[in-house]
Design a protein around this ligand. Structure first.
Ligand SMILES: CC(C)(COP(=O)(O)OP(=O)(O)OC[C@H]1O[C@@H](n2cnc3c(N)ncnc32)[C@H](O[C@H]2O[C@H](COP(=O)(O)OP(=O)(O)OP(=O)(O)O)[C@@H](O)[C@H]2O)[C@@H]1O)[C@@H](O)C(=O)NCCC(=O)NCCS
Ligand SMILES: Nc1ncnc2[nH]cnc12
Length: 280
């Protein structure tokens, strides 16, 4: 156990590297434009209480906790310990943003992927999503959502599985949608990584049962957002001339409806983390 036999310095350094990488993925997510309804370095989408600075401060505040989650994974931690670190991270996020929820979903999903990366250093086998599913999937599903959580309400009203179901199933949307779309975007717009991130963001919006869209727009809002994102992709995505203006136009439609696909933004950051961590 860790308190009897301290972890070698090399493993501690690796956990810090994983936390740093995860925090950089959060910053890259906010530095992606156009992302309909979402905050970026260019505009605040459908939000009035946060901007890119809130997201940068939040990412810096939670980086040490993402590293601690990787360490906990190395040490074979169970879900209650991961959850305690995750809740501490939420506290640090709220202090850094003056009480605004920027990254709760990302702390949960990316935090679990960091813990899985740690577990893999200690010998766990397979893709990071499979490690999450195998080691913690059952306990993730067994944890009830807070009665006042937006996700809990969306689940009760619309039957959406939300962040918990995505994680417990090994993040299928990352492996089937977010990561392949990053690669497709790189083929469509060679040398333009922001374009690849936009392609991935639209693919995620088109696919995910995003509880933020359900919370703000109901089933109609989710259907509208998915249809708009699919239209962009079917029109050629970031491979089509004038794609930035087209994507920004869809953003204006989201803002007019106050829609914000926050879950898809989290999954974009997680797709970037997997692109860096998983073999091709
Ligand atoms: C398990 C928790 C994540 C509990 O979450 P909750 O019960 O609320 O459930 P979900 O809505 O399912 O998920 C929470 C957040 O996850 C993102 N998300 C949404 N849909 C999905 C999806 N289909 N798959 C994956 N992830 C998804 C999303 O996060 C982003 O949105 C947040 C802003 O949300 P909110 O404040 O509600 O939205 P606004 O519209 O801005 O509000 P108003 O202005 O209108 O008031 C932001 O955080 C983004 O990250 C969902 O919100 C979890 O909270 C929990 O149990 N935590 C404890 C810690 C823990 O266990 N950690 C484990 C180890 S790290
Ligand atoms: N860029 C972003 N804008 C709004 N909500 C988010 N949740 C996570 N990233 C976000």
């Amino acid at each position: 156990m860790s308190f009897l036999r301290p972890l070698p310095q090399a493993l501690r350094a690796e956990a810090a590297r994983i936390g740093g990488l995860a925090a950089r993925c959060l910053v890259l997510e906010v530095e992606t434009w156009p992302k309909p309804g979402l905050v970026s370095h260019v505009d605040n989408g459908s939000h009035t209480d946060m901007d890119a600075g809130s997201f940068r401060r939040s990412a810096a505040a939670i980086e040490p906790f993402l590293a601690r989650l990787a360490l906990a994974g190395i040490e074979g931690a169970s879900m209650p310990r991961l959850r305690a670190i995750g809740l501490e991270a939420e506290g640090a996020m709220l202090r850094a943003t003056g009480g605004v929820n920027t990254h709760r979903g990302a702390i949960f999903g990316l935090g679990l992927l960091c813990a899985a990366a740690g577990a893999r250093l200690a010998g766990a086998r397979g893709r990071l999503g499979d490690v999450v599913e195998r080691l913690w999937g059952e306990e993730i599903l067994g944890t009830p959502s807070a009665p006042d959580s937006h996700g809990g309400c969306a689940a009760r009203r619309h039957g959406a599985g939300g962040a918990r179901q995505e994680a417990a199933a090994g993040f299928p949307t990352l492996y089937h949608t977010g990561l392949p779309a990053l690669r497709q975007g790189a083929r469509l717009a060679p040398g333009d990584d922001e374009a690849a991130r936009v392609q991935s963001c639209f693919a995620l919006i088109a696919t995910l049962g995003d509880t933020n869209l359900l919370h703000r727009g109901g089933a109609e809002g989710l259907a509208f957002a998915q249809r708009a994102a699919r239209g962009f992709l079917e029109g050629g995505g970031v491979g089509r001339p004038g794609w930035r203006a087209a994507a920004a136009g869809i953003g204006a439609d989201f803002v007019a409806r106050r829609l914000s696909p926050g879950g898809s933004a989290d999954l974009l950051a997680m797709s970037l983390f997997l692109r860096a961590m998983e073999a091709a």
